[in-house]
Design a binder for this molecule. Structure first.
Ligand code: NDP
Length: 319
């Protein structure tokens, strides 16, 4: 059995590689070519979670197929201790004999594939001239999102907001040095968002840090930080004002907190989820319908993204 650790994932799962992998996986998901269960989340107390995400890609490995699961712990308080909040493994099985063939570090794959999925959505939904990015949050996903979004749109500016202005400044300086794109910290999220064409929310906030009233017409928003029916990073107004695209419709109807809050308030019904990003990508659902429309991509994260990344790493592993 192969073991692919975090260093190897970081070295080999580049954005140039991961973005098309995730794109294809989301198209396969929307075509019904994958199998999956909705994720199960086991609360461990103290805000700690254990997520179990099973799925199968029958078309992978030249049609031989793979299946497997991501097992991931989520310990949000690790951020303050300088440790990753998401840790775990992806276990890959081959479908001919049912043998486990590979174990991959899930923390690194999650960091990269989530941002790659947002980049795929941004490429499909943001205005072609979108050049100013606002990132709410300055943790691991914030960094991977800056890298991935800059791979699909030439960015003029990155604005960063977080609860600590000093940490936002340090993050902006780090990203500017790494990416060569002017980056600055914003004192308030409203200011960062009001100047942006593309907004990514990547925080652990349990109550909205993004209000729909701040978002300019024509903006594309990736809502990423809340991955279960509980914490919501954006308010109901953003949901109502936007063309709302899911990574996986069934998942968002069951676990998409921002959507569920707007629905509970009686402001939208299930039809407000226009469809899935895979449908937009395969041309069966219109994406952005006008330059003034606000588009939202709701990311819960999906096991097909993990399995696609793990399969590519396994197939390309030096023997
Ligand atoms: P990190 O722990 O690295 O960073 C967390 C960030 O959230 C920090 O910037 C932290 O800064 C900020 N934060 C925490 N609490 C609040 C708050 N109340 N208001 C505003 N900011 C807050 O986490 P990751 O970057 O790995 O993940 C970010 C989020 O994305 C998490 O909620 C995670 O569960 C989610 N996620 C979603 C995925 C998906 O597929 N959709 C996949 C992976 C992660 P500070 O504490 O200084 O304010």
């Amino acid at each position: 059995m192969q073991l692919i650790d975090g260093d190897e994932v970081r070295a080999r799962l580049t954005y140039a590689r991961c973005i098309p992998l995730v794109r294809d996986a989301m198209i396969a998901l929307s075509r019904g070519e994958t199998r999956q269960l909705l994720r199960a989340i086991l609360p461990l107390g103290d805000g700690h979670l254990f997520g179990i995400m099973p799925g199968a890609l029958p078309g992978a490995m030249g049609g031989r197929g793979v299946f497997g699961a991501k097992l991931v712990s989520v310990f949000p308080d690790n951020f303050a201790k300088g440790r990753p909040s998401h840790q775990g493994v992806i276990v890959l099985f081959e479908s001919e004999g049912g043998a486990p063939v590979c174990v991959v570090d899930a923390g690194e794959v999650t960091a990269i594939r989530t941002a790659a999925a947002s980049a795929v959505a941004t490429h499909a939904l943001a205005r072609p001239d979108a050049a100013r990015l606002a990132i709410l949050g300055y943790g691991e996903q914030a960094a991977t999102h800056a890298r991935a979004i800059s791979a699909v749109r030439p960015l003029d500016a990155i604005a960063v907001w977080g609860r600590s202005y000093e940490r936002a400044q340090a993050f902006a300086a780090r990203m500017e040095a790494e990416l060569g794109i002017p980056a600055h910290a914003s004192v308030e999220p409203r200011i960062a968002v009001g100047e942006a064409d593309i907004v990514c929310t990547v925080t652990n906030a349990s109550e909205p840090i993004l209000l729909g009233g701040w978002v300019r017409p024509g903006t594309h928003v990736n809502l990423v930080g809340s991955s279960f029916a509980g914490p919501a990073e954006a308010d109901e107004e953003l949901v109502v004002r936007s063309r709302f695209i899911a990574d996986h419709r069934d998942g968002v109807l069951a676990q998409g907190a921002e959507f569920l809050r707007a629905k509970a308030a009686g402001l939208v019904d299930d039809d407000h989820v226009a469809g899935e990003i895979g449908q937009v990508l395969n041309g069966t659902l219109p994406g952005r319908q006008s330059s003034g429309q606000i588009t939202v991509y709701k990311s819960l994260g999906h096991v097909v993204q993990d399995l696609a990344a793990a399969t590519a790493l396994y197939e390309g592993a030096p023997s």
